[in-house]
Design a protein around this ligand. Structure first.
Ligand code: FMN
Length: 387
């Protein structure tokens, strides 16, 4: 497995359709998810020669925490569906590679277990639950478990309808339908190992708050954010920022970092490509506000592009689950090696020795006409390849 594309193909072969589509699928016609990826191909990096780059480092720091690589694992619910023990494997990788792993409110392992497995590499991601009380109870639980970094995901007031999930009868809590039964029957290896490990279910809502995938989370508002800021003593990140206006208001609410993301196109199909939104947010908040980024990152060069466009840190979503689905722990390890090596090779090509040296000056700006031509061409090629 040498690329995210390899991993995606492997996962498609090995996983029941229902599970693969849960990872790969997105809102609406899934054009927003495609644009997130394709847009990266329209951003060019300008190589430099004769710079001495013999000694390089990918180490970086955000929120007072030091990491060996400038990327980590985005929060994703129900990872154990992809392979038994996926949450534990992710935590182990976070420790071994000194990178953060986000523990989702919808994770299929308890936040206490994941904190134990990943130590302070684990960050807890909060979804507003059925009530303010229930949400704050989850926060309290995270504090008791020893978390020092909390992410509030703000871009899911309502889980969007995903056509593939509906066709496949996918739901959380899980219910078996005739279609899913047949799907599992055709993937006996996955079915036997998953059944043996126990069908995954969400483990992290607050007291009395059951995770229901379709439930409204629309109660999260500015007042709740203010309360959360008062309650939570550790680092607070708000995930799902896509506009300069929201970025400024969230920053002024006293959070420690902003996380630019369009949820991988899983929420709003007509959302602009996430990478286009990043420089706007950076420009609005100035150079000192810590910014994280995800949505559409598919290799080390994409990591470099996001850092050059204003991110301090990059998070990986679907590629991680594809890798686990394709080849379990070994798959994840190969995939993370690819990202590390490609990020390192890319900065060497740019003539710099550390990710701190990445800035917009490493980007190549073609003339407008050429840029538009390339943009259309690469978009058509990618769409054709996917179909
Ligand atoms: C299967 C799956 C489950 C996800 N679950 C969550 C979640 O529980 N909480 C959250 O904040 N984001 C969740 N996300 C969104 C990711 O954190 C991230 O924003 C997104 O995957 C980035 O897009 P990309 O995977 O295309 O790069 C999920 C994404 C996927 C693919």
């Amino acid at each position: 497995m040498y690329s995210t594309e390899d991993a995606r193909r492997g996962a498609q072969r090995r996983l029941p359709r229902l599970v693969f589509d849960f990872i790969d699928g997105a809102a609406g016609r899934e054009a927003g998810a495609q644009r997130n990826e394709v847009r990266f191909d329209d951003i060019y990096l300008q190589p430099r020669v004769m710079e001495n780059v013999a000694s390089r480092s990918l180490a970086t720091e955000i929120l007072g925490q030091k990491f060996d690589v400038p990327f980590g694992i985005a929060p994703m619910g129900m990872c154990n569906l992809v392979c038994p023990g996926a949450d534990r494997i992710l935590c182990k990788a976070a420790v071994q590679r000194a990178m953060p792993v986000c523990v989702s409110s919808a994770a299929s392992s308890t936040l206490e277990d994941m904190r134990e497995w990943a130590g302070n590499r684990a960050w807890f991601q909060l979804y507003y639950g059925q009530s303010e009380e229930a949400s704050l109870a989850a926060v309290e639980r995270a504090a008791e478990a020893g978390y020092d970094t909390l992410l509030l995901t703000a871009d899911v007031p309502q889980v969007s309808r995903r056509v593939r999930d509906q066709r496949n009868g996918f739901n959380v809590p899980f219910t078996l339908t005739l279609t899913s039964f047949l799907d599992f029957a055709f993937h006996p290896r996955w079915s036997v190992s998953t059944l043996a490990a126990g069908i995954p279910s969400p483990k992290n809502m607050g007291k009395g708050d059951q995770f229901v995938r379709g439930a409204s989370r629309a109660g999260a508002d500015w007042e709740f954010l203010a309360k959360l800021r008062k309650t939570w003593q550790g680092n607070l990140i708000v995930k799902g920022i896509t506009s300069a206006w929201d970025a400024l208001r969230v920053r002024d609410a006293g959070v420690d970092a902003l996380y630019v993301s369009n949820h991988g196109g899983r929420q709003l199909d007509s959302v602009p490509p996430a990478i286009d939104l990043l420089p706007r947010v950076r420009e609005a908040v100035g150079k000192d506000m810590p910014l994280l980024f995800d949505s559409g990152v598919r290799n080390g060069e994409d990591v470099v592009k996001a850092l050059a466009l204003g991110a301090d840190f990059v998070m990986l979503g679907r590629p991680v689950l594809f890798a686990l689905g394709a080849a379990g722990e070994q798959g994840l390890s190969s995939m993370l090696d690819c990202y590390t090596k490609d990020t390192d090779a890319a900065i060497a090509q740019l003539g710099i020795t550390s990710v701190a040296g990445l800035w917009s000056g490493v980007l190549y700006e073609p003339g407008t006409a050429a840029r538009e031509g390339m943009s259309n061409l690469s978009h058509s090629l990618k769409v054709a390849a996917r179909n």
